[in-house]
Design a protein around this ligand. Structure first.
Ligand SMILES: Nc1nc2c(ncn2[C@@H]2O[C@H](COP(=O)(O)OP(=O)(O)OP(=O)(O)O)[C@@H](O)[C@H]2O)c(=O)[nH]1
Ligand SMILES: [Mg+2]
Ligand SMILES: [Zn+2]
Length: 308
């Protein structure tokens, strides 16, 4: 490849003053070309931006870029391709799927958090897959898992420790960008280490560091790892709280595939499935999922009331 050529790439990691970009020619250390950097600075001067907004105005991990390779082997980012989507927590662009990881017994199943994360994925236009890890531990999650499969989510059963199901999951992730999410201790980092064995030594597992759960560290440290079979995966620190701040009550039902499927049968077109007469969702949908939907609905309405 001549040093004049433009290479397509994906931003894998943001350092304080350069980016690691994965390209067909390998991982390159890159800096944005002058004008891209100026746009960023102008936006920073113009307004007080939150870190999320500052990130959205600049270059994000996950961004697809065009890179010009310089004679010294480093790269200049010449262009950012239009973003399909951006998650804000972690701050990653163009995420295709969120891998919601859970365990059955240790830590105990938390269906509310699982459903929150699946809703958040859907709200960002991402697929939501459920990864039940630690199948080597006792318990019978099958009835619960089937609720998600019947609803239309892809469900995987794996043991990061024993390796069960990891190769199949890795193959299914062969395209696009995936982000691991879920409670602390469910084994997200261990699953990632099993998927990308050559990076296992650099992935921190088995430790809870409360400082990393909050504030800027969570977003700064997002990194995409390339899987052996293709595709990228990013780890995130576990979280227990997820606010559904920017959804509308009218849209929430669409984030639960089985509610969306039953809703056309409701008597009222704007039925919110909260006990209205002739509601087709009541009775057709798993009781715990419906309870979570109604809980999220009251939260979303409270956020809406604050906005207007
Ligand atoms: N038995 C068993 N233990 C596992 C498995 N996967 C992970 N663990 C253990 O669960 C603990 C937590 O694993 P981590 O990978 O650090 O969990 P995490 O989800 O990344 O946690 P945070 O980074 O705090 O969010 C560690 O002690 C792991 O060894 C598994 O498949 N089976
Ligand atoms: Mg972890
Ligand atoms: Zn209804």
């Amino acid at each position: 490849m001549s040093d004049q050529g433009l290479l397509p790439g994906t931003v894998a990691k943001a350092w304080s003053d350069w980016y690691d970009v994965e390209t067909p020619a390998g991982r390159l250390r890159c800096q944005p070309r002058g004008r891209l950097r100026l746009t960023w600075q102008a936006k920073e001067r113009g307004a007080k931006l939150t870190e999320g907004e500052r990130g959205l105005a600049g270059i994000l991990v996950g961004d697809e870029v065009q890179v010009r390779v310089r004679p010294d082997g480093e790269g200049a980012i010449e262009a950012i391709l239009p973003r399909r989507s951006a998650l804000t927590r972690p701050l990653v662009a163009n995420v295709d799927r969120v891998l919601v990881v859970a365990a059955w017994s240790e830590p105990p199943w938390n269906g509310e958090l699982v459903d929150r994360l699946l809703v958040l994925a859907a709200a960002h236009g991402c697929e939501g897959w459920l990864i039940l890890n630690k199948t080597d531990q006792p318990g019978d999650p099958e009835p619960r898992l089937r609720v998600y499969e019947t609803a239309g989510h892809r469900v995987w059963r794996v043991s990061a420790v024993r390796g069960d199901g990891i190769a199949e999951l890795g193959a299914a992730l062969g395209e696009g960008v995936s982000v691991l999410a879920g409670a602390s201790g469910v084994g997200k980092s261990r699953v990632l280490a099993a998927l990308v064995p050559e990076r296992a030594a650099t992935i921190r597992t088995g430790e809870v560091s409360p400082r990393l759960l909050r504030g800027r560290h969570t977003t700064r440290h997002a990194e995409l790892l390339r899987l052996p079979a293709g595709g990228f995966v990013a780890d995130t620190p576990g979280f227990s709280r997820v606010d559904l701040t920017h959804l509308s009550a009218a849209d929430l039902g669409a984030m639960f595939p089985e509610i969306a499927e039953a809703a056309p049968g409701c008597r009222f077109r704007r039925c919110l499935h909260r006990g209205e007469p002739g509601c087709a969702v009541e009775g057709a949908v798993d009781a715990e999922r419906l309870r979570h939907y109604r809980l999220f609905l009251t939260e979303v309405e409270a956020w809406e009331a604050k906005r207007y």
